[in-house]
Design a protein. Structure first.
Length: 199
């Protein structure tokens, strides 16, 4: 399945480090970042999960839930969390989905439908396409898809910047509504409004 911006994020049920997840129900009325990893106990992913735990308050402030995914078991995720805490100073403080049957990775087009076998026998290279970021809105629609190579860390500060933009522009407003929100503005062209960015 190839997903694009504007598609409904596939719903699924899975186990996670914080218990069972029914994805659409878990999203509720929130924004969500789903970010995936090729394999537990890998260097780049270890640093990313620790950094995400550190900056989670920034996502919380924006009403954004975070959920990770790796094609390994929840038990492996729990063991990995201890390494993340030891090496990065903070353990994950958000759920990580156990996707040992590859179901979610397949739903989201990160692995081919033919992927099978024991996840413990797969190498990071076997799962290298499981290296994505999906931003999903409260309407359950995909707003952003980023795909990174296995060896390159993700820029979660950029993800925050994109979320700020998405939330700011989530609803178009008429000129009259904009005046109520922003007061007067400069309009060098009929399709351009220059207003102060809301704090």
């Amino acid at each position: 399945m190839t997903l694009t911006i504007g598609d409904t994020a596939p719903d699924f049920e899975a186990d996670s480090t914080e218990g069972p997840v029914r994805f659409h129900e878990w999203i509720g009325d929130s924004w969500v970042v789903l970010f995936s990893h090729p394999k537990d106990f890998t260097p780049v992913c270890t640093t990313e999960l620790g950094y995400m735990a550190t900056i989670k308050p920034e996502f919380d402030r924006r009403g954004v839930k975070i959920i990770g995914l790796s094609v390994d078991t929840v038990t492996d995720h729990q063991r990995w969390a201890a390494d993340i805490a030891e090496t990065q100073g903070r353990a994950p403080n958000y759920p990580i989905i156990g996707d040992a049957d590859f179901a979610v990775a397949k739903f989201y087009g990160m692995l081919p439908a033919s992927a099978s076998g024991n996840p413990a026998a797969r190498t990071p290279a076997d799962n290298q396409t499981v290296r994505n970021v999906f931003v999903i809105g409260p309407d359950k629609k995909i707003k952003l898809i980023l795909v990174y190579p296995m060896t390159t860390g993700r820029n979660f500060d950029e993800v925050l910047r994109v979320i700020d933009s998405l939330q700011l522009t989530a609803r178009s407003v008429s000129d009259d509504e904009a005046r109520q929100i922003f007061g007067d503005w400069k309009a060098p062209k009929p399709y351009i409004r220059i207003v102060p960015q809301p704090g």
